[in-house]
Design a protein around this ligand. Sequence first.
Ligand code: MG
Ligand code: MG
Length: 269
Amino acid sequence: MIFLKSESEIDKMREAALLVSRTLGEVSKVLEPGIETGKLDRIAEEYIVKNNARPAFKGYGSKSNPFPGSLCISINEEVVHGIPGNRVLKEGDIVSIDCGVEKDGFFGDHAYTFIAGECDDKTKKLLQVTLDSLYKGIDQAIHGNKIGDIGHAVQTYCEKEGFGVVRDLVGHGIGKDMHEDPSVPNYGKPGKGERLRTGMGLAIEPMITEGDWKVKTLSDGWTIITADGTNAAHFEHDIIVREGKAEILSSFDYISELTKNKNLVTHYG
Ligand code: MG
Ligand code: MG
């Protein structure tokens, strides 16, 4: 069931989304080769709690194998849902960080892919194309369009650039729950699927690979990796469908302001 949000509900969703944005900014201050992923997770959790919110990923999932972190940190061939721990970032690592919070009864869920230190041009292109595809998807998230228009925009752009589009994991509705209807695939046909309406809250999140789109799950029950071992990137924004132009609730501006990393990819235009 799809819940259309009122403006007062959207105000709360914006607060939650921007807390995630600010948390990613805090993490970006210290993200560099030599740091443990578990340290990044502790920084995020402390910041979220200090801001009167709850880390939404921590404890998510089944009782037998709840997600243990406040961040998903997925490195290189890991696509999403990587578990923070004692792994130390190395020069050139591709570090996708996804964060979720619940604040005042509403959820924020967004993600950015960083480079630890320097990277080659091939990697930079993977990140740039993935980021740009996110905005191409968002451009389609307007009243009267269909869900398939979003996925089609992401897919055609990424595939034209020679990358793979993960099928097994998709974006989603967001609001009072972290994952609401509808599903928002990063592939699809124009004019197909659910009609988009003003007030729909969506998390749009392309997961893009340098190789094939197929993925598999590691024995920890969480970490998703590319089946062919090629690298992947992941960017995610929370948006509200509106007439003419979607409103982006989350922001990468805090990352740009706070990071010392000169290798951030930025969306122009
Ligand atoms: Mg996410
Ligand atoms: Mg999500």
